[in-house]
Design a protein around this ligand. Structure first.
Ligand SMILES: Cc1cc2nc3c(=O)[nH]c(=O)nc-3n(C[C@H](O)[C@H](O)[C@H](O)COP(=O)(O)OP(=O)(O)OC[C@H]3O[C@@H](n4cnc5c(N)ncnc54)[C@H](O)[C@@H]3O)c2cc1C
Length: 369
C-alpha cells in the first residue's frame, strides 16, 4: 500500500525492493533482522565562509586528538564544507545518517582550533550533527522482498563507501529481477532456477557488505575514535609521517591499488553459485566472478573499448580464439557473442585484443542488463 499526498494506492507487484534507508520499513515488514550498533562518535557538517586559508587552496585535512577535520572547497551557499568527527554529544534529534540538530558557531570554531588550524569561521550558512551506526541486515532477501543500499547495510562515512555500495546492490539485483520476472523458455537463463539466481544477490552482496564493514570500521576507528591509540596516531604519528605522503602519492601502482579498493572495483563473486570455473581454468584471465577489466579490442574495424561493446543490455559471451560457444547459448534470446582473437585483457592492463562479433539470431537491444 502506497500513501502519498495524492492519497492511498494499492499496488500488486511480483517483487519489492526496499531502498528506504537505514530505518527501512520494508526490512521491518519482511521481518528481516538487523545486526549492528550505533557509533559513540558523530559527524559534524557545516557550510561556512572560513578565513585564514590561502585563496584557491584545495581540500584540507587536519588530524586532531578529537578526530579528523576536512575542509572541502564548496562554492555554493558558502566557500567551504566542513566535515569533522567528534565524540557524540547524545541525541542529535535526527535519524541515522541524516542531518540532525544544528551545531553552534562557537562549537565549530572550537573544532577548528582543536584540530590545530588558525582558520576562522566568518559566516555560517548551515550546520548539522549526523548520528552514525554500523551494521548489516541479517539477510538481503526474504521470498519476494529484498533490501538494498542503506536499508541493507550501514557504515560510517570513512572511505566513502555507502552510496557506491548501494549502486552496486542495484546493479547486481536489477538484472536478476529482470530475468526472473521476464524469463522466457528461450532466454539465456532458461533451465536455470530463478531462486538460485535471486539467492545469489544475498550471497554475493552480503559477503561484500561484511568485507566493507571491516574496511570502514577500521578506517573510522583511526579517523574518529577518541581511544588512546588512535588519538596518539592522529596527534603524534600523523604529523611525523606527513612528509612521506607526497612520495607515497607518487607511487602509481600503490595509488591505483588503493583507488581500486576504495572504489569497490576489487569486489568479486568468485564463491557465488553463479560463478563456474571451466576446465582447464583460463590462465592470465579474469576468474569467474571477477569484474571484467576494460581493454581496447577490435571487431574487425578500429579498436573499441570492451566495456563499450558490453554496454548493450543482455548476456555477453566472450570467446577466446577458436573456442566453441555452447549450442544452447547461440539459440538463446538476448545473447551477444564476441570472439577475442588475442589473450584476455588483464586487470589494469590494456593489450589491444582483436574481437569479432558472431552473427547470431536473437541479438536484441532490449531486455535485462
Ligand atoms: C556525512 C556523510 C558522508 C557520506 N559520504 C559518502 C561518500 O563520499 N561516498 C559514498 O558512497 N557514500 C557516502 N555516504 C553514504 C551515503 O550518503 C548513503 O550510503 C546513501 O545516501 C544511501 O542511499 P540509500 O538510497 O540507500 O538511502 P537513503 O539516502 O537514506 O534514501 C532512502 C530514501 O527512502 C525514503 N524513505 C524511507 N522510508 C520510506 C517510506 N516508508 N516510504 C517512502 N519513502 C521512504 C527516504 O525519504 C529517502 O529518500 C555518506 C554519508 C554521510 C552521513
Amino acid at each position: 500500500m502506497l500513501r502519498s499526498s495524492h492519497g492511498v494506492e494499492t499496488l500488486r507487484c511480483r517483487f519489492v525492493v526496499g531502498c528506504d534507508g537505514p530505518d527501512s520499513a520494508v526490512r521491518d515488514c519482511a521481518g528481516i533482522g538487523w545486526r549492528g550498533r550505533p557509533y559513540t562518535e558523530e559527524v559534524v557538517l557545516a557550510d561556512a565562509d572560513v578565513g585564514g586559508i590561502p585563496a584557491g587552496a584545495g581540500a584540507q585535512v587536519f588530524a586532531g586528538r578529537q578526530g579528523l577535520l576536512f575542509l572541502f572547497p564548496l562554492g555554493e551557499q558558502a566557500t567551504w564544507r566542513l566535515l569533522a568527527t567528534r565524540a557524540s554529544a547524545g541525541n542529535t534529534g535526527g535519524s541515522v545518517g541524516q542531518p540532525g540538530a544544528v551545531v553552534a558557531e562557537a562549537e565549530l570554531q572550537r573544532l577548528l582550533s582543536d584540530a590545530g588550524t588558525n582558520a576562522r569561521i566568518e559566516r555560517l550558512a548551515w550546520s548539522a550533527r549526523v548520528p552514525l551506526r554500523c551494521g548489516i541486515a541479517r539477510r538481503f532477501r526474504r521470498g519476494r522482498l529484498f533490501v538494498a543500499g542503506d536499508a541493507a547495510h550501514n557504515y560510517s562515512p570513512a572511505t566513502g563507501q555507502g552510496m557506491n555500495a548501494g549502486i552496486q546492490d542495484a546493479v547486481n539485483l536489477g538484472w536478476k529481477l529482470a530475468f526472473a520476472g521476464t524469463g522466457s523458455a528461450n532466454g539465456p537463463t532458461s533451465g536455470f532456477d530463478a531462486d538460485v539466481l535471486l539467492d545469489s544477490y544475498d550471497a554475493e552482496r552480503r559477503a561484500a557488505a561484511h568485507r566493507r564493514l571491516l574496511l570502514t570500521h577500521t578506517s573510522f576507528w583511526a579517523e574518529a575514535s577518541t581511544d588512546r591509540l588512535p588519538s596518539w596516531l592522529r596527534a603524534v604519528a600523523a604529523p611525523w609521517a606527513a612528509p612521506v605522503v607526497p612520495a607515497l602519492l607518487g607511487r602509481r601502482r600503490l595509488v591505483a591499488e588503493a583507488v581500486r579498493l576504495i572504489s569497490q572495483l576489487r569486489v568479486h563473486y568468485r564463491r557465488s553459485a553463479l560463478s563456474v570455473e571451466g576446465t582447464p581454468p583460463l590462465r592470465g584471465a579474469p576468474r569467474p566472478g571477477d569484474r571484467l577489466p576494460d581493454a581496447a579490442v577490435s571487431t574487425g574495424g578500429p579498436p573499441e573499448e570492451l566495456h563499450g561493446l558490453l554496454a548493450r543490455p543482455g548476456v555477453h559471451l566472450l570467446l577466446q580464439r577458436d573456442a566453441l560457444p555452447p549450442a544452447d547459448a547461440l539459440a538463446a534470446d538476448r545473447v551477444t557473442v564476441l570472439r577475442l582473437e588475442q589473450p584476455w585483457p588483464r586487470l589494469g592492463g590494456r593489450p589491444p585484443g582483436r574481437a569479432r562479433r558472431l552473427p547470431l539470431r536473437g541479438r536484441r537491444s532490449h531486455g535485462a542488463g
